[in-house]
Design a binder for this molecule. Structure first.
Ligand SMILES: Cc1ncc(C[n+]2csc(CCOP(=O)(O)OP(=O)(O)O)c2C)c(N)n1
Ligand SMILES: [Mg+2]
Length: 277
């Protein structure tokens, strides 16, 4: 467990340094989802950093809320998919680390373009069904923002998943109550998200997404619920900007880079554990 917390601290440093380095990008959701991505890649998933697009005989993850690419890229690099030095190219011209992940750049670890919200669950369903057809017992994971749930395609996918008993899929919703222009309550009220997934025929659990022990336990529990005829959804409660006090719970940090002074303040709060890139 201390190991996972150490990794998460370094990933958070990477996030603020990457976004500062390009003076653009999305730190808020990235910091909130750091514990989840860390636990997913360093604990829950069976995956191979030598990377092939087909993901046969391994688990596979799709990031649907592609704007939180900083946390995804850092986790991939720290897991050995590519050199951590490449994180310094984030959002630079000709970089493989585009602001929103794209497949055209062939960055190891990225299997779909995302950023246009609402599509990741549909892709995950295709992958999950093909695993079933191929007799591949591994799991498919997807991550979605709560604001992303405003997209109708998510609910079409949710219906389909239950109808077709896609029980090798674990979809997580990052419930931080914030999105681009304010709180989710203000922009478009989501009501009872868990109740909605329950009504759509999913097995659901709740999890504190910013407590590493809870994230590990939640992912283990979700895995134990697969293979029982229903897709599994994790209601993951997080704080936007988690780990950097002045970014926490503030939608203004959804997609804004820290300036030099703010970067220093942020890094003072995040221990360097594995070495900066
Ligand atoms: C289809 C589509 N519509 C609108 C946007 C613009 N947009 C980018 S992020 C975002 C808010 C997403 O909120 P949430 O998923 O809660 O992410 P968080 O702010 O919590 O990181 C919006 C509306 C988009 N990327 N794609
Ligand atoms: Mg949100």
């Amino acid at each position: 467990m201390p190991e996972l917390k150490k990794i998460a601290s370094q990933v958070r440093r990477d996030i603020v340094r990457m976004v500062h380095g390009s003076a653009s990008g999305h730190p808020g959701g990235s910091l909130g989802c750091t514990d989840f991505l860390t636990a997913l890649y360093f604990h829950a998933m069976k995956h191979d950093s030598s990377f092939n697009m087909d993901a046969k005989n391994e688990d596979v993850f799709f990031l649907s809320n592609g704007h939180i690419s900083p946390v995804f890229y850092s986790t991939l690099a720290r897991s050995g998919y590519f050199d951590i030095k490449e994180l310094a190219t984030f959002r630079k011209l000709n970089s493989r680390l585009q602001g929103h992940p794209a497949t055209h750049e062939h960055l190891p670890g990225v299997r779909i373009a995302s950023g246009s919200l609402g599509q990741g669950m549909s892709v995950a369903l295709g992958a999950a069904l093909s695993k079933k057809l191929n007799g591949d017992k591994n799991l498919v994971y997807s991550l979605h923002g709560d604001g992303e749930l405003d997209e109708g395609q998510v609910w079409e996918a949710a219906l389909f998943a239950a109808h077709h008993k896609v029980d090798n899929l674990i979809s997580t919703v990052d419930i931080n109550g914030q999105q681009i222009d304010g709180t989710t309550e203000k922009v478009m009220s989501l009501g009872n998200i868990r109740g909605k997934f329950d009504a759509f025929g999913w097995t659901t659990i709740e999890m504190n997404g910013n407590d590493m022990d809870a994230v590990v336990a939640g992912l283990d529990q979700a895995k134990s619920l697969t293979g029982k005829g229903k897709p599994v959804a994790i209601m993951m409660h997080t704080i936007m900007g988690k780990g950097v006090d002045f970014m926490e719970n503030d939608h203004n940090w959804h997609g804004v880079a820290p300036n030099d002074e703010q970067l220093k303040k942020a890094l003072d709060q995040l221990e360097e554990t594995l070495g900066d890139y």
